[in-house]
Design a protein around this ligand. Structure first.
Ligand code: 73E
Length: 832
């Protein structure tokens, strides 16, 4: 349908075309208009939530204008676009980000004050868009920010979950999950009821020969579910580019009810059908780094991949270019294996719907896709049972088998003597039942595979993908070390530090080129700079202390050393090592004379993070932290020497308060298990130091900031296997100081010891897979070093400033440039 306004009428349009506010008065006018008309509230009925609504809608208008222009510009230029397929986008709040990115926050602050509101309170009204679990989802959000900021034409595709990651409450020390229904009022999304796609499940495949003797496959008689697009604008910083995040929502294909059932009296059945369809996009799976193989999850994956590909192909076909041009117009990045079904789906579109032959289709597919691997943990590697795929996606299973057959024939020709290799690299695992190995399918169907930090990218080549390096050669594999957006993680979370840096560098340019930060090293001896830097850190700690008091009712002294570990709770991330270290510290303090205790470096140990609802060991760790917190904080002997805090419901907006307030943050995974980590980067960029293992991006952070400005400890990745082996065959002695910690726990100091026995036994009796005992001494010795180092406040300050200055490498802008050049081969569309 031609939807353009005819030429003669365009003048009228242009005359009345929406304009962006640019003065305080116009901003206020927009806010009041939205509150009075869009929200139907009044002067006498306007609370902070209405003010948040009005402010958001005023900024939304601005974004929409730029968003429309960006899309128009991109449609006109029709460049190669990037599509980032991710089941998770952990966006957090949008308003503050929108204000900073369009650069109107000061005007808005003044305007809101005229209207009787405080900016900070208004920002606080917004609920987080929490469509993700942790690092993988937050990385996707940082990437969107960088893509827009760098003016790349890019779209994110995901699901519009009704429920994001659950809210965590701590009741009697235990985690309780509360559903996160976040869509009550979401001014940032636009339903596109005209952009829908029919998605098929189940059914069967019919094959026949057409007149020319060609084999045709038809997938038919399935169940149809409707995908409806919801769009959210993604503004770049200091640019007019506003990209799009498209979220798919599922709906029954025949509208509200099935009227045939409805009319024949099967009211309930018709409602049930509708609900079953809507279930697909209802909830985000709350497992971080764990594959549970649930059918509904596979449905989510296909629903989202099929809708996104339909959309991408539809856009491509508008240009009427030849199919061979597809990879020159489209780059699709697979964020982990979750979107791997996009590979057989694109094959199906090209073969069955567009009539291309196998070889041409396969060449297009391989050139189009890139695959990012985020983990080597075996329990996180996705596999789907063949019978499940057969039932849900019969045509896709055929295509997967065909891909596998051609691949295995190629391997056989290349390695005729290595028969065992075929079984090892086959996409199909010959188990009972057979399983589809998604990582292999993703790798085989992509032209590049990347890990997310150097160590991790090396590890995938020597472990899970070792055979594939032999098959394809090393050039198929590359590294792109993760990064973070300095807009949210410095400018927004730590405005005073951002301002101080800008005042020394002469502008905020460094927010667009973070390598410019290196120049603040010139001010490391500048007295005023140092004083201000230190005051900012202190003020951020005061802010967090205030929050801790409000949220958890615990008083902490902001002059103590703030030691923070916030991330998903997982055995491999070793929060247990941290809390055992805290118990050890408690015991040492108890043994000291009151005078010695006064001399000890006061510490505030802060934890935060969610456990997957079915992950009992992680929940036990949370419980232990809370028990220790209760006992230690109530102990009059201890006072300010040690406080332990578990912060409830860690999320992106809380991270923005927590991250700027650390003296030390903990990134202490068993070497070789944390692919990258990204909060490590955030903490250092905000003037905190790290205690960490030689794992993930910690290694590159060390390279950048220098060994003197980070506290490393523990065994190396290359020794982990032998150590594990030794636990079973070499006779295994638990570290003596850790033993003492366990004895204290067993004596009931932190409540019924039975509650923690599984945790202790995993170390004592079950082989200590995560090397807690092996690393314990090194960990507490390093913590002692930190106590001493922190007492030398002047040197500490020098370390933190130096580290900040050397963090330029970890911008997600650098990261996106690397993807753009090495994986996507895309150009920029300039904005005017
Ligand atoms: O090390 C982090 C990494 O920084 C890694 O554990 C995480 O991805 C971050 C960004 O690269 C990650 N998440 C998942 N796998 N790796 C995952 C797997 C399944 C479901 C949800 C998340």
């Amino acid at each position: 349908v031609e939807a353009s306004i005819p030429e003669p009428q365009r003048e009228a349009w242009k005359k009345f075309s929406a304009k962006e506010f640019s003065s305080k008065e116009d901003f206020e006018k927009d806010v009041v208009r939205h509150i009075e008309t869009t929200l139907a509230r009044s002067l006498f009925n306007c609370d902070e939530s209405a003010a948040y609504g009005g402010t958001s809608l005023a900024f939304r208008d601005r974004l929409v204008i730029e968003w429309n222009k960006t899309q128009q510009r991109q449609t006109f230029a029709d460049p190669k676009r990037v599509y980032y397929l991710s089941l998770e986008f952990l966006m957090g709040r949008a308003l503050d980000n929108a204000m900073l990115n369009v650069g109107m926050k000061d005007i808005a602050r003044d305007g809101l004050s005229d209207l009787g509101f405080r900016m900070e309170d208004i920002i606080e009204q917004e609920r987080d868009a929490a469509l993700g679990n942790g690092g993988l989802g937050r990385l996707a959000a940082c990437f969107l920010d960088s893509l827009a900021t760098l003016d790349y034409p890019a779209w994110g595709y995901a699901l519009r979950y009704k429920y994001g990651i659950f809210k965590q409450e701590i009741v009697d020390g235990y985690q309780v999950e509360i559903p996160d229904y976040w869509l009550d009022f979401n001014p940032w999304e636009f339903p596109r009821h005209d952009v829908t796609v029919d998605i098929q499940f189940y059914g069967s495949v019919r094959k026949y020969m057409d007149d020319s003797g060609k084999q045709i496959s038809v997938w038919e008689n399935g169940e149809i579910v409707n995908a409806v697009a919801y769009d959210a604008p993604v503004p770049g910083y200091g640019t007019k580019t506003t990209n799009n995040l498209r979220l798919w929502s599922s709906k029954a294909s025949h509208g509200e009810f099935d009227f045939t059932k409805f009319n024949s009296g099967e009211y309930e059945a018709s409602v049930a059908d509708q609900q079953r369809a809507e279930t697909i996009s209802a909830v985000l799976y709350p497992n971080d780094s764990l594959d549970r193989g649930k059918e509904l999850r596979l449905k989510q994956q296909y629903f989202w991949c099929a809708a996104s590909l339909f959309d991408i192909v539809r856009r491509f076909k508008k240009s009427k270019k030849a199919w061979s041009e597809f990879p020159n117009q489209v780059a699709i990045q697979l964020n982990d294996t979750h979107p791997t079904l996009a590979i057989p789906e694109l094959m199906r579109i090209l073969l069955d719907l567009e009539g291309l032959n196998w070889d041409d289709s396969w060449a297009i597919v391989q050139k189009t896709f890139g695959y990012t691997n985020h983990t080597v943990l075996p329990e996180a590697l996705e596999k789907w049972s063949v019978p499940l795929v057969q039932n849900l996606l019969p045509r896709h299973l055929q295509i997967i088998y065909e891909i596998n057959m051609q691949f295995l024939q190629y391997v056989e020709r290349s390695f005729p003597k290595d028969r065992e290799m075929l079984g090892r690299v086959s996409i199909i695992e010959e188990s009972q039942p057979k399983m589809v190995r998604m990582a292999y399918l993703a790798l085989i169907g992509s032209h590049k595979v990347n890990g997310v930090a150097e160590l991790h990218s090396d590890l995938i080549k020597t472990t899970i993908f070792k055979d594939f390096v032999k098959i394809y050669g090393p050039d198929k594999f590359t590294n792109v070390t993760n990064g973070i957006t300095p807009r949210r993680w410095l400018h927004q979370a730590n405005p005073r530090l951002s301002e101080l840096i800008a005042s020394k560098l002469g502008s905020y340019d460094y927010l667009k080129d973070l390598t410019l930060l290196h120049k603040i090293e010139n001010f490391v001896d500048d007295k005023d700079f140092r004083k201000e830097f230190q005051e900012i850190k202190y003020a951020n700690k005061v802010r967090l202390a205030k929050y801790i008091k409000e949220a958890q009712g615990i008083s902490v002294n902001p002059s103590g050393l703030f030691d923070i570990q916030v991330k998903r709770i997982h055995e491999y991330k070793r929060q247990q090592l941290n809390i055992f270290g805290v118990i050890h510290r408690y015991l040492e303090l108890k043994e000291m004379s009151p005078e010695d205790r006064k001399k000890a470096q006061p510490r505030v140990s802060i934890f935060g993070g969610k456990a997957a609802p079915g992950y009992w060991m992680a929940k036990t760790i949370i419980h232990l932290i809370n028990q220790v917190s209760k006992v230690v904080n109530a102990d009059k002997d201890i006072g300010d020497a040690l406080k332990v805090v578990f912060l409830e419901d860690y999320n992106v907006s809380k991270a923005e308060i927590i991250v700027p307030a650390s003296d030390i943050s903990e990134h202490i995974s068993t070497a070789g298990t944390e692919a990258s980590g990204t909060s490590n980067m955030k903490f250092v960029l905000n003037g905190g130091l790290i205690i960490g293992t030689c794992d993930g991006a910690n290694i590159e952070i060390t390279r950048e900031v220098g060994e003197d400005n980070i506290f490393l400890f523990g065994n190396l990745a290359e020794d982990v296997e032998d150590l594990r082996h030794g636990h079973f065959y070499g006779g295994f002695e638990i570290d003596s100081q850790l033993k003492r910690v366990f004895e204290t726990m067993r004596s009931g100091t932190f409540g019924d010891a039975g509650q923690f026995s599984a945790l202790v036994n995993s170390i004592v009796d079950h082989g200590d897979y995560y090397l807690v005992s092996d690393d314990f001494k090194s960990y507490i010795d390093t913590q002692k070093l930190i106590d001493e180092a922190y007492k030398q406040q002047d040197e500490w300050l020098t370390k933190t400033i130096t580290a900040v200055a050397r963090m330029g490498f970890f911008s997600s802008d650098r990261c996106i440039q690397e993807y753009a050049e090495e994986i996507w081969s895309i150009g920029i569309i300039w904005t005017f």
